[in-house]
Design a protein around this ligand. Structure first.
Ligand code: HEC
Ligand code: HEC
Length: 239
């Protein structure tokens, strides 16, 4: 428990500090309260400034597409999604599509579309690849205990129980596509940002560990949905 508190404090300080700094000057990202109804329109149709409809890639349900490395957005916190759109817009995160779209959205539109996707509770598609028992064990170990030899603390220490996310700033990994998780871990491992919580963790993982932890988190989405009644899962399966 002590570990958890220590880990979460930097996030809390960051949030309150940025609110303080922004309150002093012009309007900052935290000043824009997202409106999910307006956001739904952007998700469905894009904008007149040349932003494509988000749904053409992420789906109107925010489920995304693992094969094309398009992440699931449904249920991520609005704060996290807005923050990622800002990182694209100001060049700190790069992607040919997302950089262009994020730059063409106003801060208010970024907050609106984030509020829309954050509000969704969508189904989880079955994982593309089967998880081997060895991967499951290794994945579970990294997620819940960590690895002392690698000086890696457990993912869930920051990402929350079952990787469900620790709002506002730490994203859910639960049910995210394994391809996308591996790809992001490789990106984050290469980032070497000193003030970043995630880069040192990613840099310590071998390619096999990345595969195992990614496959472990991907299957948790559908597994947990089945345990809680399975309704949402049934919707996603072909009849
Ligand atoms: C042409 C396909 C495409 C469209 C259209 C698109 N995206 Fe994306 N989006 C992607 C891909 C691919 C990624 C992963 C990019 C990367 O490598 O960083 C992504 C990543 C994101 C992320 C980061 C998610 C995370 O877990 O870190 C957010 C937020 C996002 N998109 C929001 C949007 C919004 C909002 C729109 C509509 C305004 C949109 N996207 C339109 C393809 C698309
Ligand atoms: C010390 C806290 C901490 C630990 C431990 C941690 N993470 Fe993270 N992780 C973060 C933060 C903070 C972010 C968000 C970074 C950002 O905003 O760009 C993040 C982001 C990520 C992302 C990007 C998600 C997306 O949607 O793009 C992945 C993937 C990820 N973490 C995987 C892991 C895995 C796997 C582990 C365990 C091996 C782990 N993390 C352990 C803090 C942590």
């Amino acid at each position: 428990m002590k570990k958890l508190t220590t880990v979460l404090i930097p996030g809390a300080i960051f949030v309150s500090l940025s609110m303080f700094v922004m309150g002093q000057n012009s309007r900052g990202p935290d000043d824009y309260v997202g409106n999910p109804e307006r956001g739904a329109k952007i998700a469905a149709w894009g904008t007149s400034k040349g932003v494509a409809s988000c749904s053409s890639c992420h789906g109107y349900d925010g489920v995304g597409n693992g094969t094309s490395l398009v992440p699931r957005l449904a249920g991520q916190s609005s704060f996290y999604l807005t923050h990622q759109l800002e990182l694209y817009a100001n060049g700190k995160r790069h992607n040919v599509y997302m950089t262009n779209f994020a730059q063409r959205l106003s801060p208010q539109e970024r907050a609106d579309v984030s509020a829309y996707y954050a509000s969704l509770q969508s189904s989880f598609p079955p994982p593309a690849k089967e998880l081997t028992p060895a991967q499951f064990e290794r994945g579970r170990q990294l997620a819940t205990v960590g690895d002392d030899k690698l000086t890696v603390q457990s993912c869930n220490n920051c990402h929350g129980p079952r990787g469900l996310g620790e709002p506002p700033s730490i994203p859910a990994l639960h049910g995210q596509y394994s391809n996308y998780i591996v790809y992001r871990l490789q990106q984050l491992a290469a980032a070497h940002e000193d003030d970043d919580l995630m880069s040192p963790v990613a840099a310590a993982l071998s390619p096999e560990d990345m595969q195992a932890i990614a496959a472990y988190f991907e299957q948790l989405g559908i597994t947990d949905a089945q345990h809680s009644g399975g309704q949402k899962v049934a919707n996603s399966l072909p009849h």
